[in-house]
Design a protein around this ligand. Sequence first.
Ligand code: HPA
Ligand code: MG
Length: 219
Amino acid sequence: MMFAFISPLQIKDDWPGYSLDLFSYPAHYSGDLDCVIIPHGVIMDRTERLARNIMDDLGDHAIVVLCVLKGGYQFCADLVDRIKDLSHNSNRTIPMTVHFIRLKSYLNDESTEDLHILGGEDLSFLAGKNVLVVEGIVGTGKTMKTLLKHVEAFGPKMIKVAGLLVKRVLHSSACVPDYVGFEIPNRFVVGYALDYNEYFRDLNHICVISNTGKMKYKI
Ligand code: HPA
Ligand code: MG
């Protein structure tokens, strides 16, 4: 069967976002954000569709979900929930196990050279398995490329990647996920578990951080 290529949901470079005043958000972040680029409800709706796409492609075969912490935890939890919903309510199912690894490469809003993979030392249980790597955001793709090389070394049968956000950046040929929630402009975004120096994970919407916010939480 042939699948038509569906271009990802694109958020254009000139998209001004929504005013924060139109939505609820924690008062402790007032002044720290420029706009809401993706409201929480839209993230949830898009995630529901990605779950269906994953079910269509991988249904009836067990997968190991590899959640990339910390930025991927919320997307992973919601995506797994939606796949569970489909498994509960249709003839097709995907038996899932879930594992966690932690990557760290960003300081302030800059990607650093030294990538740390924590909890990824022994992934030998991935041998022969279908693996779904779930990541919150793919920026340059360098981090994902390094991670995939690491995972491949343990001999999985197949690796698919689900990324909620992919940034439109130059030289981004390094890695494009198989399942993309949104393609976004090359701006630093926070919320829905994405952080700036550990702040803003406790925000539901995906927002653009303001200069004030960057100064306030700079290390
Ligand atoms: N926000 C948070 N974390 C990130 C980003 C971003 O825009 N890009 C890469 N990691
Ligand atoms: Mg981070």
